[in-house]
Design a protein around this ligand. Structure first.
Ligand SMILES: NC(=O)c1ccc[n+]([C@@H]2O[C@H](COP(=O)([O-])OP(=O)(O)OC[C@H]3O[C@@H](n4cnc5c(N)ncnc54)[C@H](OP(=O)(O)O)[C@@H]3O)[C@@H](O)[C@H]2O)c1
Length: 235
């Protein structure tokens, strides 16, 4: 029996990933920062629920205790993420971006990944087949962002791509440190969710594909890589 935790799974790609992994036989905990939104989603999915705000140490520690008491964890999907738009819905570019803009994005997308991974690491180390999936973005690829032929080149924001490039580096360093684990970064592709005001061109079913696949990777599968549904991506 594989036990899986997906952060930020009350909606969007996390919710769809939970649905698919439950169908594949995983026992799934969904993490939700809002207990009521989480309860509704867990009920719909037939998932377990942990209240978990990736920016909050106490909630992450409490969630780890709950999952540990229930028997441990095999798969961690670090999915919770934000685009960190300003109140006027703008994405500040290089001329405007402030340290606060960067801090907002990093608090959830980077420090959140570290906070959750650190808290669940002892449980993962006790698993026979530990897997971590870090939900990155194509915007985290320095190669793509520098290539005028890719859509990523035209994204004006600084904070979100920088946060996802950092997630990629975290993925590589953790994969090297824990060779017994399969630890990979994935790019779901531009998917219609609340993150982008539903402007994404893919469905959540399409977007969740690579997350679901990497969550199910076996001990002989890749580690320290960066993938979309088509295969490896350039860093
Ligand atoms: N959609 C895309 O095109 C796309 C492309 C590449 C990568 N991604 C990545 O995919 C992941 C999922 O995004 P999505 O598109 O599914 O967006 P979404 O529908 O907005 O879902 C984001 C989820 O993260 C949760 N979340 C945000 N801050 C949190 C926090 N501090 N603690 C716990 N949960 C938190 C949200 O909870 P609330 O409901 O409480 O806000 C929500 O459940 C993100 O990491 C995103 O960067 C998305």
């Amino acid at each position: 029996m594989t036990t899986t935790l997906i952060t930020g799974a009350n909606k969007g790609l996390g919710f769809e990933t939970a649905r698919r992994l439950i169908a594949a036989g995983h026992t799934v905990y969904i993490g939700a920062r809002d207990a009521e939104r989480g309860r509704r989603a867990a009920e719909q999915l037939g998932a377990r629920l942990v209240q978990l705000d990736v920016t909050d140490d106490a909630s992450v520690q409490a969630a780890a205790k709950t999952v540990e008491a229930d028997g441990g964890l095999d798969v961690l999907v670090n999915n919770a993420g934000i685009e960190a738009r300003r109140e006027d819905n703008s994405v500040p570019g290089a001329a405007d971006v402030t340290a606060d803009d960067m801090r907002t994005a990093f608090e959830t997308n980077v420090f959140g990944v570290i906070r959750v991974t650190h808290a669940f690491l002892p449980l993962l180390r006790r698993s026979a087949t530990p897997v971590v999936v870090n939900v990155s973005s194509g915007l985290g690829s320095v190669t793509n962002v520098c290539d005028p032929a890719t859509p990523a080149y035209h994204y004006p924001g600084v904070a979100y791509p920088a946060s996802k490039a950092t997630v990629n580096m975290i993925t590589v360093q953790f994969a090297k440190a824990f060779p017994a684990m399969r630890i990979n970064a994935v790019e779901p592709g531009f998917t219609a969710t609340d993150l982008n005001g539903r402007t994404g061109t893919q469905t959540v079913e399409e977007g969740a594909e690579i997350i679901v696949r990497m969550a199910q990777t076996g001990p002989d599968g890749p580690t320290g890589g960066y993938f979309d549904a088509e295969g490896p991506l350039p860093w």
